[in-house]
Write a protein that binds this ligand. Structure first.
Ligand code: NAD
Ligand code: MG
Length: 418
């Protein structure tokens, strides 16, 4: 495999060099991305071996994974869930070391692995992902919130440890695939202009309320927002997709991954979700990546890069597809999208606030505590308070402290004004 130009990348991406299966760590194993990842591993048993699994509290699902894939290590963030898992593992005579608590998740993530799939949801995924960067050869990143919170720091750590990042978010995987190798293999520092890129065209479905009359949006119920027309995903990202906060987080994610300015990225609503994103070049060419809306494809792309492996996803049937449509997003309908784009221009502190308040607001909405439009209102109000003086975007302590403080303040504001 001599095509890769960066020395560390070449070493990191040379699959099966030693003729043994690659060891895999799956962070967020019980979730939606976790489940899709397991399906890809199932298709390629000679190539990948699941060594470590981590999750929050669903120990019953974790037990099924341990039974089937026989990983050597498992960690649950919830200590009681870990206790239940450990007892069941012992009772069944399975050989798997079970760790309990958030520190155990980070410790398991920090074991040596050929590939780590970072798929814990939200800010909870940040510390394990950073821990993993220190010991893994390559990382597939689904946990976009980690990059939104720490962009510069995350890439600095990846560089320090010589760990290439491969995008798993479907849009970023599409852009990665449509960019020339010189960009794809220098994520975080690539030079889009030198590569002749005119614009990155970031597509999104527009969610379930794309055509809902604006005056009906205040009455949207969690059950409606949880019904995504195209993608089947975890609850947090499904709500984010309906508000298009997800596209906003992806805008920030794309800026870091592809070293892009705000004007280098255009967001397009594409309800059919067949084109997963595109790259438009200065000579008029536009390269797109198309496929079924199934996360197994971008997971397989990241795992096997620069090769391809089967993922069990069927190819598209173009004759059955119908028309593909594209629109500009309307910020009156998607205020969260506007807030996220603005935060990306205001700096790392604003992105930390945006992400933390959004997590608080989404949870409150799902619990029926606030209305649908209150998600954007709460995020907006907290962003207006600004970033504390002296905040250092390159300090993980500062980022985690801001994240924690903002959650407390947002919860208080929610009590007082919502
Ligand atoms: P999910 O809610 O289905 O799964 C989340 C996983 O994280 C679960 O395994 C859960 O146990 C685990 N988890 C939660 N808190 C934890 C903690 N403190 N410690 C350890 N594990 C913890 O979420 P998902 O839809 O799979 O999304 C995961 C990530 O991937 C998110 O960042 C999301 O934005 C991103 N992503 C998801 C999709 C998708 O199709 N689902 C697509 C693109 C990107
Ligand atoms: Mg996406």
């Amino acid at each position: 495999m001599t095509t890769v130009q960066n020395g560390k990348l070449e070493q990191g991406m040379d699959n099966n060099e030693a003729g043994r299966p690659e060891s895999i760590c799956l962070l967020g194993a019980t979730g939606s991305i976790g489940t899709s990842s397991l399906q890809v591993l199932r298709c390629n048993p000679d190539r990948y071996q699941l060594k470590t699994v981590c999750a929050g509290r669903n120990w019953q699902r974790m037990l099924e994974i341990v039974r089937e894939f026989k990983p050597a290590h498992a960690a649950m963030a919830d200590p009681e869930a870990a206790r239940q898992l450990a007892a069941a593992v012992k009772a069944e005579g399975l050989h798997c070391e079970v760790g309990a608590g958030e520190d155990a998740v980070c410790a398991a993530a920090a074991l040596e692995h050929d590939f780590v799939i970072a798929a814990i949801v939200g800010a909870a995924g940040l510390k394990p992902a950073i821990a993993a960067l220190g010991a893994c050869r390559r990382m597939g990143l689904a946990n976009k919130e980690a990059l939104v919170m720490t962009g510069r720091l995350f890439f600095a750590k990846a560089k320090e440890h010589g760990c290439p990042i491969l995008p798993i978010d479907s849009e970023h995987s599409a852009i990665f695939q449509a960019l020339p190798p010189v960009c794809a293999e220098h994520l975080g520092v690539c030079d889009l202009k030198a590569a002749g890129v005119h614009k990155i065209l970031l597509t999104g479905s527009g969610g379930p309320f794309r055509e809902r009359p604006l005056e009906e949006l205040p009455n949207v119920k969690p059950s409606e927002a949880l019904c995504h027309p195209i993608w089947s995903m975890g609850p947090k990202i499904t709500i984010d997709s309906s508000t298009m906060m997800n596209k906003g987080l992806e805008f920030i994610e794309a800026r870091w991954l592809f070293n892009a300015g705000p004007d280098d990225i255009e967001i397009l609503i594409h309800p059919q979700s067949v084109v997963h994103s595109m790259v438009s070049y200065i000579d008029g060419a536009v390269l797109a990546q198309l496929g079924r809306p199934d996360m197994k494809t971008p997971i397989a792309r990241a795992l096997a890069y620069p090769e391809r492996v089967v993922s069990s996803v069927e190819p598209l049937d173009f004759t059955a597809m119908g028309s593909l449509t594209f629109f500009k997003p309307d910020f009156a309908r998607y205020p969260c999208l506007k807030l996220a784009i603005e935060a990306s221009c205001d700096g790392q502190g604003a992105c930390v606030i945006l992400n933390a308040v959004n997590e608080v607001a989404v949870e409150a909405f799902l619990r029926g505590r606030i209305g649908y439009l209150d998600i954007a209102r709460l995020v907006d109000k907290m962003l207006q308070r600004g970033v504390p003086a002296g905040f250092d975007e390159c300090s993980l302590e500062d980022i985690l402290a801001l994240d924690a403080a903002v959650r407390v303040q947002a919860a208080k504001l929610l009590e007082q004004e919502f």
